[in-house]
Write a protein that binds this ligand. Structure first.
Ligand code: SF4
Ligand code: SF4
Length: 104
């Protein structure tokens, strides 16, 4: 199993902002695009995954329990910040630390 499937800390740590063109029906949507209902508008050029700017952030698209077993419920359509983030990113260790998980 991929280590990220037993983690999910980044999906419950950081704001996830992207251009509305990645929403469902948008010109730069991946696969079916991000469902509008899972996002909140920020500016005309920015939408945010709902839940990611909460005091205890957690993306509404994240299923499962952080640090145990998780999955992105819109994986094929997830927005570009999620596609660009991986275990090589410095913020991976910060997110894991935030959730009491050791660095990789
Ligand atoms: S914090 Fe790191 S290990 Fe955890 S899901 Fe994100 S990229 Fe994967
Ligand atoms: S869209 Fe998926 S990969 Fe991106 S933060 Fe939400 S749960 Fe994580």
């Amino acid at each position: 199993m991929n280590v990220c499937q037993t983690c999910g800390a980044c999906c419950a740590s950081f704001r996830v902002d992207f251009h509305p063109a990645e929403l469902a029906g948008g010109a730069f949507a991946w696969e079916a695009g991000v469902p509008v209902a899972l996002t909140v508008p920020v500016t005309p050029a920015i939408v945010r995954m709902a839940g990611t700017d909460a005091a205890a952030p957690r993306c509404v698209a994240l299923g499962g329990e952080v640090g145990q077993c998780v999955a992105c419920t819109i994986y094929e359509a997830r927005p570009s910040p999620c596609r660009e983030f991986d275990t090589a990113h410095d913020a991976c260790a910060r997110a894991r630390q935030r959730h009491g998980l050791p660095p990789l």
